[in-house]
Ligand binder design. Sequence first.
Ligand code: BMA
Length: 332
Amino acid sequence: MTKSSLHIPGPAVPNLPWEPRPAASTEQVWRYSRNPIIDRYPIPCAYSIYNSAVLPFEDRFVGVFRTEYKTRMPYLHVGWSKDGLKWDIAHDKIQFQGAAPEIAAMEYAYDPRLTKVGDDYYIQWCNGYHGPTIGLARTRDFKTFEQLENAFLPYNRNGAIFPRQINGRYAMLSRPSDTGHTPFGDIFYSESPDLEFWGRHRHVMSKGINWWQGTKIGAGPSPIETSEGWLLFYHGVLNSCNGFVYSTGVALLDLEQPWKVLYRSAEHILTPEAPYETTGTVPNVVFPTAAVCDAPTGRIALYCGAADTVVSLAFTNANDLIPWLKAHSQLA
Ligand code: BMA
């Protein structure tokens, strides 16, 4: 594919954080040389921040951060950044408004994703309501947040809304799970006319195929629309003799029927190797939760949680990644 043949309909992000691929590297995804970008104890209440969401907002970046307190309970905090690297993170958690009392009394909140649909920004997160499920909230300014109904019954994780309606409905990927450290899991697709009632559930893809994604998989950031399909970064988990290992893979989903997988990477594109990925609260985790794309160049800044302890950054370019994916795909 030539650079001009791939079209990405999203916005330009001229201040996208970026480093070119190191000369010696042949990898599709390469790490920021100054990782991690958010280290331990980033704000007074927090033991650590990881698995967090980022989007461009006007001429800067906004983030919603999984902030793990010293109680080890996670909540969501907003942060702002001019360059996507240095973050000013609020010391108080987000106060959501508008939900029914049962839903507003969230027990915990973690692994947020952020998606702009039209003029609204949506936070999707793993919401504690008698077990994990998918919480949803809407904002326009990141000052007031309207909490919506939970999307699904417990138990579910890794909800990721698509950045536009598909066939006239909102669409979301998710991963049904259990109450604990789920030892299984496939990615499903659901639709909603109003972001409250979700249905028309479709299976997208299963764990398995090979070992790095043999135990469970889950959507990472909201898919990026391209002329070749929805570009999805996802995590895949291997169950080793030493516990779970979380790597990152990539897939392309059909534009109008996103439950149809066009290509899926046989190999992981990121696996725990750097010291901040192999060592930390939960060793051997690299967990993608935000992908900011500069549409004209295809450059993507991929934000990951590392070892459930810090936030790291990696880079790729859709113009190179998609042809590589097509040549290295395995569907069954
Ligand atoms: C998952 C979630 C993630 C975490 C991962 C590895 O089940 O809890 O937030 O990064 O486990 O511990």
